[in-house]
Write a protein that binds this ligand. Sequence first.
Ligand code: GLA
Length: 391
Amino acid sequence: MINLKNKTFYAAMLASGILAVSACNHSSNQQKTSMTDSTTQGQLPAASGFDKIIDGKAVKLYTLKNTKGIQAAVTNYGGRLVSLLIPDGKGKTVDVVAGPGSADDYEEAKGNYYGALIGRYGNRIGNAEFKLEGKTYKLNNNDGPNTLHGGKAGFDVKVWDAKQVDDHTLELTYLSKDGEESFPGNLNVKVTYVLNDDDAIEVHYEATTDKPTIINLTNHTYWNLNGNGSGSILKHSLELNADGFTPVSNTLIPTGEIRPTANSPFDFRKPAEIGSRVGEGDTQLKFGKGYDHNFVLNKHTLQTPIAKVQGDVTGIMMEVFTEEPGIQFYTGNFMKGDYKFKGGVKDAYRTAFALETQHFPDSPNKPNFPTTELKPGQTYKTTTIYKFSAK
Ligand code: GLA
């Protein structure tokens, strides 16, 4: 286990936070949200749209269900969560996963990581390099000067080996070979999706290595609790149990500071509309073109939810439980309407949000952040759960 569960450590980091001063060179994206009403509410996409060979391996769509009638669909192309059908309590079933509905459409839109498992290192590594045990590893830069979500061909574009264990369990495995995307060590990864009878989808991550390496796995589902293709998420309400966040430079690399969320647009400790402060002109919001920041979670156990989000139209509530110390809250600022979502709608600006549970971005270059190193003999093991209800 490389989970960090030391509260005193966080308190000390918060207290020692220094203010970051950097210039803004991003202009904010003023593209308008396009409202759409034709969606694929209530049904999973056709499995036939996923029957494809990619990199010589068979891609498929797998269906999970619980005894309450909730259904999910996952493809082994990037281990992506494709759909999750949740009843809104008023007789409608809502697909709360925003994203494409076929393997072709996912391939087209791969730069946005829709629904995907992310590795080896979720989020950014500054200047595309890190040092480990005295050696410098030079990575592919695929996000300006930095490495994002594992580099040019991360886990999101790999075809995983899939084993449907039972109705509610899908096991995905992938061997990332020593040197893949320049990361050291043969990394054996297993991710298990479980759709349980508490109306929650569990994501269990496990990995081992044969050489010292770094690892930060996450899932990049884009959620819209009003339904795929139902318009802006800015009126969803969000509660995030985080006293601190990690401010970034203008290329979205943490400065190293842990800054209190209090008295800032980053304070979601009481429920607030996602969009209520997004236009406030805060320098950090300019850098991110909106929210695209790692929050330092006050707790990270599976006992208490650290985030609660509710759709304003459906009332559907999602609670997030995680063992990870951080979460990237991203408001779909790079969605531009270029790609196709289920039901033929476009991936319009800010029509979905992501809550990526994770270790902090650029941890390999930030000695004061919880470590992301994994050594031979250790097992990386972490779970995140997304639980649904209708209020
Ligand atoms: C993450 C990043 C964002 C963006 C999205 C994908 O959430 O933090 O900056 O790259 O992935 O578009």
